[in-house]
Design a protein around this ligand. Structure first.
Ligand SMILES: NC(=O)c1ccc[n+]([C@@H]2O[C@H](COP(=O)([O-])OP(=O)(O)OC[C@H]3O[C@@H](n4cnc5c(N)ncnc54)[C@H](OP(=O)(O)O)[C@@H]3O)[C@@H](O)[C@H]2O)c1
Length: 169
């Protein structure tokens, strides 16, 4: 099983503010959906709660919610109390590619523990004011394997690029 993460990151590494996303890029939302569909996804409890109620659990994906609260319940979700336990659940259920979908705490822990094989990063080419950040990408560890650049249009206020990184072994 490959363990991947998927995230949209501003130039200044901001990924969120006030437990919400900052920018609206419909093609990035579509990319997120298409990439994660039919896979296991792992989300921190705060990121999960930030998804509007009518859209969660994210459909056609096994939603694994990470929390330290022993009494946390959410219909239609798997609840996990450690990142390693969440990853093991996906592996035990024959997942081929698992997606960590944030937020900041979960990305940081997964990267620091060396648990990630591949990163799907949408670089949003703009600086934003925020309170949640993605770690610096260490080019000694990560190899850029693909890049698609997108320009501003009537529905996309900022230029952005879909980049895939794989860990250098
Ligand atoms: N731009 C993007 O692509 C993107 C993607 C995702 C999220 N975001 C943004 O990121 C922000 C949320 O990130 P965040 O860092 O505040 O929170 P988070 O990572 O989503 O969730 C943190 C929570 O996860 C649980 N947790 C963390 N580590 C754990 C562990 N090792 N074991 C068990 N549970 C653990 C704890 O829940 P309990 O408190 O319940 O114990 C903790 O409070 C929002 O602004 C969101 O919009 C952006």
């Amino acid at each position: 099983m490959i363990t991947s993460l998927i995230v949209a990151v501003a130039e200044n590494n901001v990924i969120g503010k006030d437990n919400d996303l900052i920018w609206r890029l419909p093609k990035d939302m579509k990319f997120f959906k298409e990439t994660t569909l039919n896979h296991h996804i792992i989300t921190g409890r705060k990121n999960y709660i930030s998804i509007p109620k009518k859209f969660r659990p994210l459909p056609n994906r096994t939603n694994i919610v990470l929390t330290r609260q022993t009494d946390f319940k959410e219909e239609g979700c798997v609840i996990a109390h450690s990142l390693e336990g969440a990853i093991a659940h996906a592996k035990d259920n024959n997942e081929t590619e698992l997606f960590i979908i944030g937020g900041g705490q979960i990305y940081k822990e997964a990267l620091e523990k060396g648990l990630i094989d591949r990163m799907y990063i949408t670089h949003v080419h703009h600086d934003f004011d925020g309170d949640t950040f993605f770690p610096e990408i260490d080019e000694k560890i990560w190899n850029k394997v693909s890049e698609i650049s997108n320009s501003v249009d009537e529905k996309h206020q900022y230029p952005y690029s879909f980049v895939v990184y794989e860990k250098i072994n």
